[in-house]
Every structure is written in structure tokens, then in C-alpha cells.
Design a protein. Structure first.
Length: 249
């Protein structure tokens, strides 16, 4: 008798005939908050040395403080936010030496990825890879026409992440993501270059020049083009750093 009661009780449960609910993906909310803060930095809504508050950000974004706190930790890890105990949290100021170090790290990782990609891909796969890169460049030109610096930088990050993943080296791809090296792309672009249509178009054209060499599949030529593509920014960093030193003098 007791067994029968148990069975009737279970069959009458309000959830017995309903498929289990999917768990809420908290990481998605964190990523959305991270993207919102990052985009605010790119577009200049949040400027270098601005003090930011978890409470104010959570209120503006309509979320709890937890995903905001997680996003701030990630941005701090990547060098874009500075947390000073007992003083507050700030958008990181321009650090010429650190940015140059970041570029050299990028070159080291991307050179290794390029070498391995050329070794591991046959000619047909390499051309398909280059075709994919070309489609991203076309989207960069579209972003320039729409004066959309956020999309432009996201496409730039996707371009170089695709080059990293072409090496088919999971440890290298993981190092690229964990090091935050890809984030030096957008941190530099929004600091160094104005968000004008001409500048955004020129940014896309620089990728066209790189892709032309990559299609030739000559290892040394490809490495030289990649190094020039990345390290050309060092001179621009030094110019901006000098201008800021002059303004602060």
C-alpha cells in the first residue's frame, strides 16, 4: 500500500512531466559585462585614469555586482584595469614600456603559430585559410564604412586568433588566450589611432598587405611581413608616449 502511495505521489508531481530546465549560463553574463566595459574603453566612454565603481557599473548594466567583479578581474589580468587597494579601481593609464613588451610577446607567439601552420597545412588548406582571412578583411572594410571601431577591433582579434589556431597547437592557442596577448590588439588600436573612416580603412589595408604575402607561402617572407605588421606599432607607441609626457610636464 505504501508503495502505491509513493507512485501516485510521484506521478502527481508538478515537474514529473516537464523536461529538466537548463542551467543558467553565468559565464555568458560575465562575458556580456566584460564586452560592455571593454567597448566603453574602446569608444572612449571610459578613459585612461578614470575611476570606476562596481556599484555604478552594475546599476548601469542592470546586473548584480558579481559579473561586474568577475569582468574587472579579467580586465585587470589583461592589464586594462588597475586595482589599488584602499584607493579604488581605475582604467589603466598608457604604459609605453608595457605595451611594447606586449607586442614582442605577440610576435613570439604568432611567429611560432605561423611556422607550424605552414608546416602542417597542405597548399589547399592554406589557401582556404587565407580565404577565411580575406573574408574577415572585407568585414573590416565594412566596419570602416559604418565607422564602427568596436567591430573593426573584434575582427582584428578574430583575424589573429584564426592565425594562431591554424597552427593546430592547442597549447599555443591556450597560451594566446590565457596570456591576454590578443587583447593588446584592441588596447593599442583605441589608444594609438583615431576612429575615423580613413584610419579604419588604412587598418584594413594593412591586413590586405599581410595577406598578400601569406598567400605566397614563403616562410621567411611571411615571417618578415608578420613582424612588420605587429612591430610597426612600436614607433607609434613611442610617439604617443612622448606626446603624453609633454602634456604632463
Amino acid at each position: 500500500m505504501n508503495l502505491g502511495k509513493t507512485e501516485r505521489s510521484e506521478s502527481n508531481s508538478p515537474l514529473s512531466n516537464i523536461r529538466p530546465l537548463e542551467k543558467i549560463d553565468r559565464s555568458s553574463l560575465r562575458d556580456q559585462v566584460l564586452t560592455s566595459i571593454r567597448n566603453a574603453i574602446i569608444t572612449g566612454k571610459l578613459k585612461a585614469s578614470d575611476k570606476i565603481s562596481e556599484v555604478e557599473l552594475s546599476e548601469q548594466l542592470g546586473v548584480s555586482r558579481t559579473p561586474v567583479r568577475e569582468a574587472i578581474r579579467t580586465l585587470e589580468l589583461h592589464g586594462f584595469i588597475e586595482v589599488h587597494p584602499k584607493n579604488g579601481t581605475y582604467i589603466a593609464s598608457f604604459d609605453s614600456e608595457e605595451l611594447q613588451d606586449g607586442l614582442h610577446v605577440r610576435v613570439a607567439l604568432e611567429e611560432l603559430a605561423l611556422k607550424q601552420a605552414l608546416e602542417r597545412m597542405n597548399s589547399r588548406d592554406w589557401q582556404r585559410h587565407c580565404d577565411h582571412l580575406e573574408r574577415l578583411i572585407q568585414s573590416m572594410f565594412a566596419a570602416a564604412d559604418e565607422l564602427d571601431p568596436v567591430s573593426d577591433i573584434e575582427l582584428d582579434m578574430e583575424f589573429h586568433t584564426l592565425m594562431m589556431d591554424a597552427a593546430q597547437n592547442r597549447i599555443l592557442s591556450r597560451s594566446w588566450k590565457l596570456s591576454g596577448a590578443s587583447n593588446f590588439i584592441w588596447s593599442l588600436e583605441h589608444v594609438l589611432y583615431p576612429h575615423t573612416k580613413n584610419e579604419l580603412s588604412e587598418h584594413a589595408n594593412r591586413h590586405v598587405s599581410l595577406l598578400e604575402v601569406l598567400r605566397g607561402r614563403n616562410l621567411e617572407a611571411c615571417l618578415d611581413a608578420l613582424r612588420h605588421h605587429i612591430l610597426r606599432k612600436i614607433n607609434d607607441i613611442q610617439i604617443v608616449g612622448t606626446e603624453q609626457d609633454f602634456q604632463n610636464a
